[in-house]
Design a protein around this ligand. Structure first.
Ligand code: AMP
Ligand code: ZN
Length: 112
């Protein structure tokens, strides 16, 4: 499948890994929008959050468990933002669901 993030999971494209287990991969964003900016993705290919169903919603729950753990480990106790872009209007560029985790800066709301 021609999917950038599936290639990163397969190790065909390198990434700066934060965490990996049998279900998820977390790696630093190549173009960070905050002092700490990493992505958490399911190893199972899911195109976006609009593809979440009763069958695969466990992946999202697990991703949030991992985010809570990594945020503590990376010293983001003062706060962080979790974002998932869905589709063209939201500017989703990689069609493999991913959760941006942004921290270590006061973030304005709403984002641009
Ligand atoms: P989105 O715009 O929500 O689809 O986010 C895609 C994100 O993937 C962007 O923030 C990119 O900077 C990031 N990205 C693209 N290619 C890579 C890569 N090879 N390694 C790490 N992050 C990447
Ligand atoms: Zn994929």
């Amino acid at each position: 499948m021609d999917c950038l993030f599936c290639k990163i999971i397969a190790g065909e494209i390198p990434s700066n890994k934060v965490y990996e287990d049998e279900r998820v991969l977390a790696f630093y964003d190549i173009d960070p929008k905050a002092p700490v900016h990493f992505l958490v993705i399911p190893k199972k290919h899911i195109a976006s959050a609009s593809e979440i169903t009763a069958q695969n919603s466990g992946e999202v729950a697990y991703i949030f468990e991992v985010i809570a753990k990594l945020a503590k480990e990376l010293g983001l106790e003062s706060g962080y933002r979790v974002v998932t872009n869905v589709g063209e209007d939201a500017g989703q560029t990689v069609k493999h669901m991913h959760f941006h985790v942004l921290g270590k800066r006061l973030l304005s709301w709403p984002p641009g």
